[in-house]
Design a protein around this ligand. Structure first.
Ligand SMILES: [Zn+2]
Length: 314
């Protein structure tokens, strides 16, 4: 009954207000080092709720309708960042079964077997063979861990120390951490070009997310332009379709990208761009900076309420 009432509230209040959800991974089974990533069961009820009480649309189509002021009430788009293989193996079958369109933004530089620096760090600290980590690469003393909670605490405390370094420097630090702790890499987590093509052929929109996932703000204008346009061209060559959407890595305006990147996205020929600024988008939105948000609620009602609150701008 509450869900039905919330749907009616949305019908009355949310015309021309677009909610875009951000996901990254949908894991087959819960990962103790990544508790916020939904597993298949959690993702399934979230998508069922969207199917039953909202109006899921392909993002490119929703953007066109929003530009015309014709976006229906309760419209929601589902997006995934980075290009994880489990988007194809775990999420896509659920999306297909429930008839929910989605967009996956791929950072093309990780499609040949190398994991992203943050995953490499989390996997290193999650390696149960090691209980004392040599952190000399970060000028930090040896850190001891015991249970999963202490491993998570260590991993997530190190991420901010590396995130805003240059992207080549980030890889160098992680390489050094692996060498100092004599650990081998976890298996590849990202889609290969063939798997990206497969996902595209299954009807998922493929968008660009740069080549190396740098913080664009920390790059020269020439490098920002290269990262933005090269990822578009590479993806188009893989899927044989135009790539019209772009997601900014990390995605917070001013912190992670500036107007330089926004101009470069428009100049590269994208129809729209998405940030990670929380909120909805209206017909007055900046098309190269649409808002999104991450639904992390573990209860059905809280998840539903968050979607409605977002529409109401609360
Ligand atoms: Zn990303």
């Amino acid at each position: 009954m509450i869900h039905w009432c919330l749907k009616q509230l949305g019908q009355l209040t949310s015309k021309n207000k677009l909610s875009i959800l951000i996901y990254h991974q949908v894991v087959a089974e819960k990962d103790p080092m990544r508790p916020s990533e939904p597993d298949a069961a959690e993702f399934r009820w979230q998508m069922q709720l969207i199917r039953d009480y909202f109006n899921p649309l392909p993002l490119a189509e929703a953007v066109t309708m929003l530009k015309q002021g014709q976006l229906p009430a309760n419209s929601v788009c589902v997006t995934f960042d980075d290009g994880y293989l489990n988007n194809l193996t775990v999420a896509q079958p659920i999306l297909q079964e429930l008839g929910i369109p989605a967009t996956v933004y791929v950072a093309t530089g990780f499609s040949h077997g190398c994991n992203m620096w943050n995953d490499r760090l989390i996997d290193l600290i999650g390696n149960q063979q090691i209980t004392e980590f040599n952190l000399a690469a970060l000028d930090l003393p040896v850190a001891k861990v015991s249970d999963w909670a202490s491993r998570r605490e260590l991993a997530y405390s190190l991420i901010p120390k590396i995130k805003y370094q240059d992207y080549q420097q980030r890889s160098t630090i992680i390489d050094q951490l692996y060498a100092d702790n004599q650990t081998s890499e976890a298996k590849p987590k990202m889609m290969t070009p063939e798997q990206v093509k497969q996902l595209s052929e299954l009807g998922i929109e493929i968008g660009a997310h740069t080549v190396d996932h740098p913080i664009l703000k920390s790059q020269t204008l020439a490098e920002q332009t290269r990262q933005i346009s090269e990822s578009k061209q590479t993806l188009e060559s893989w899927i044989n379709k135009p790539v019209t959407g772009f997601a900014y890595p990390n995605g917070k305006p001013d912190n992670d990208y500036t107007s330089e990147a926004v101009v470069a996205v428009a100049a590269a020929g994208f129809d729209y761009g998405v940030s990670t600024q929380w909120g909805i988008s209206t017909p007055q939105a900046k098309w190269c900076e649409l808002n999104r948000f991450t639904p992390w609620d573990k209860s059905h009602l809280k998840f539903h309420l968050r979607l409605v609150k977002n529409k109401l701008g609360l």
